[in-house]
Design a protein around this ligand. Structure first.
Ligand SMILES: [Zn+2]
Length: 218
């Protein structure tokens, strides 16, 4: 039984690599972003409260995220271990996670940090296009659609997300560094931090992540 967390800047590929590693090691991939989306789609009181925050450009509170995570971890399919993506995002959340894992009697195996230089993040995100219809993601340079401006899957128009405008990307990176510096230090101090050079094509990074994780669980 092993538990990992993934840490990485916007556009570093946390979701992709957490899902891939989950499949390779038979661990459940839990994305707190997905937990929020499911909750909002179900229209629960917590989902509606979260939607009001997101509509104002804010994030869910630490307490909301903790509630969602605890509820998800209480389900029986998490007993074999899991990979968290999107949590912890703040130093306070690292303590919440430590508490949760202690209650479960399950230590953290490692925090995997996908390291990507800021210039590469800006290049990755500013080229990203999303299908307005089916949410498929493309990249002008790395993963272009067959027909410019049109989704390969459903044919609908592709757009850049508001989040991926250059000024917004710089602000997201500033927030990321301010919040993540202390989290990296926290895991480094506990000898739980594994840094993977993620400034490479997806397949190469996936290989590096798998090798690093397998070394840890031998
Ligand atoms: Zn589409």
């Amino acid at each position: 039984m092993h538990n990992f967390v993934f840490i990485g800047s916007p556009g570093a590929g946390k979701g992709t690599h957490a899902a891939t590693l989950g499949n390779q090691l038979g661990l459940l991939h839990i994305s707190t972003g997905d937990l929020y989306r499911d909750e909002m789609a179900a229209g629960t009181p917590l989902g509606l409260a979260a939607k009001r925050l997101l509509d104002q450009g804010l994030l869910g509170t630490d307490a909301m995220t903790e509630t969602l995570l605890r509820r998800r971890l209480a389900r029986p399919d998490t007993g074999g271990g899991f990979i968290l993506d999107g949590f912890p995002r703040t130093l306070a959340q690292t303590e919440v996670l430590r508490k949760i894992l202690r209650e479960r009697g399950q230590p953290l195996t490692a925090a995997i940090f996908l390291a990507v230089p800021d210039q590469s993040v800006i290049k990755r995100l500013s080229g990203r296009l999303i299908c307005l219809q089916c949410r498929q993601i493309y990249h002008r340079e790395y993963n272009p659609p067959r027909r410019p401006g049109c989704c390969d899957v459903c044919g609908a128009a592709l757009r850049r997300r508001a989040d991926d405008r250059p000024a917004t990307i710089k602000e997201r990176l500033r927030v990321f560094h301010a919040q993540t510096g202390p989290i990296l230090a926290y895991y480094r101090d506990r000898q739980l931090l594994v840094t993977v050079d993620a400034d490479a094509p997806v397949a190469t990074v996936a290989q590096r992540v798998e090798q690093a994780a397998r070394r840890l669980i031998q």
